[in-house]
Design a protein around this ligand. Structure first.
Ligand SMILES: [Ca+2]
Ligand SMILES: [Ca+2]
Length: 302
C-alpha cells in the first residue's frame, strides 16, 4: 500500500511538472533573443522543446481524464481543440484524437491468420466508402504470416513490381506503409484515412467517438442510416457501457459486445508550433493504461 501511495504521489507530481514545463518553455522562449532563428527559421532545439512540452501537456490531460471518467467521448476536455498557447513570435497548437474511433487495420490478423469477422468488417467499411471490397484481402495477405495468397497478393506479386519488395507478413506500424500494399493508391488512402488506424494488437471500436461509417461497418446488418440514428442518440446521452449500446440496436441486429467499447486506450496527438511564420510539427501515438501516466507508442518530432 505504501509503495502504491508513493507511486500515485509520483504520478501526480509528474502531471504538475508537465503543466509547469509548458509554462516554463513559453517563458524561456519569450526571454530569448532569437537572433539565429530569424535567419534559419525555427531553431531546431527550441521548436522541439515546445513540442515536447505540448506532448507532456496532452499526456497530463489524458491522465486527468482517466481519474474522472470511465467513458471517453467527444464532449470531454481532451477532445476539445487545445487553445493556442502563445510563445513569443508565435504559438503552439495541438489536438488529441481518439484512435479507437477508427477501424484498426491490424485487427485483420490474429495470431498470424486473417480473422474472418474482422475481414468482413473491413469489407463493409470499404463498400460504405465506395472503395473496392478486394482491398481487404490484399491487406490480409500483406499482414498475415503465411506466403499463400488468399484473395490478395504475396511475394510473387510484390517482387514483380518496378520497385521489388516482399509482403510484410507482420502488423502495420504506420498507416504510411499502406502505400506498399496492392491497390492502395493515393486516392484510396486519402478516402480511407479518416476511418482507419494502425494500432498495436487488436482494439475495440469506441462507439462514443466512432463515425457512422465505422459503426455501420462494425455492426453487421445495421446500415448507415441506423448508425446515424445511434450517433444522434449518443449526442443526447453517451453510452455508459457496452450493453447500453447493444440494447439500442434495431431488432434482429446482433453484435458480440467485446468488439466495441465505450472508452479508449489509444490517442493520437498532433502538435504544431508557429514562430515568425516558420512551422514545426510533431505527432505521437499515446497509450493509456489503468490509471497510469500515458505511454508513448511512437513519436515523430523534427
Ligand atoms: Ca474519459
Ligand atoms: Ca502474408
Amino acid at each position: 500500500m505504501k509503495t502504491r501511495a508513493r507511486g500515485a504521489a509520483i504520478v501526480m507530481a509528474m502531471a504538475v511538472v508537465a503543466m509547469a514545463a509548458l509554462a516554463a518553455t513559453a517563458l524561456m522562449l519569450s526571454q530569448s533573443t532569437w537572433a539565429r532563428r530569424v535567419e534559419l527559421g525555427i531553431d531546431h532545439g527550441q521548436g522541439r522543446r515546445v513540442l515536447e512540452a505540448g506532448l507532456d501537456w496532452s499526456r497530463a490531460l489524458l491522465y486527468d481524464d482517466l481519474r474522472v471518467s470511465q467513458v471517453d467521448h467527444a464532449g470531454e476536455p481532451w477532445a476539445m481543440q487545445m487553445p493556442p498557447v502563445p510563445v513569443e513570435g508565435g504559438r503552439l497548437l495541438g489536438r488529441i484524437e481518439d484512435q479507437q474511433a477508427r477501424f484498426n487495420l491490424n485487427n485483420l490478423v490474429q495470431d498470424g491468420k486473417v480473422d474472418p469477422d474482422q475481414l468482413a468488417c473491413l469489407q463493409r467499411l470499404l463498400v460504405l466508402l465506395d472503395l473496392p471490397e478486394s482491398l481487404a484481402a490484399s491487406l490480409g495477405d500483406w499482414l498475415d504470416a503465411d506466403g499463400q495468397a488468399q484473395g490478395g497478393a504475396e511475394d510473387a506479386f510484390y517482387l514483380a513490381q518496378s520497385s521489388p519488395t516482399l509482403a510484410a507478413n507482420r502488423p502495420l506500424i504506420d498507416l504510411a506503409e499502406l502505400a506498399r500494399v496492392r491497390g492502395f493508391d493515393p486516392a484510396v488512402r486519402e478516402r480511407l484515412r479518416p476511418f482507419v488506424t494502425a494500432l498495436p494488437g487488436t482494439t475495440a471500436i469506441n462507439v462514443n467517438t466512432a463515425s457512422a461509417e465505422v459503426i455501420a461497418a462494425r455492426v453487421p446488418g445495421l446500415g448507415l442510416e441506423a448508425a446515424r440514428g445511434l450517433i444522434a442518440a449518443r449526442g443526447q446521452a453517451v453510452f455508459l457501457d457496452r450493453t447500453g449500446f447493444v440494447s439500442r440496436l434495431p431488432e434482429g441486429v446482433r453484435l458480440a459486445p467485446e468488439l466495441i467499447s465505450v472508452n479508449s486506450r489509444y490517442f493520437l496527438v498532433t502538435l504544431s508550433v508557429e514562430l515568425d511564420g516558420a512551422q514545426a510539427r510533431g505527432t505521437a501515438l499515446l497509450v493509456r493504461d489503468n490509471a497510469g501516466w500515458p505511454g508513448v507508442v511512437w513519436r515523430k518530432v523534427p
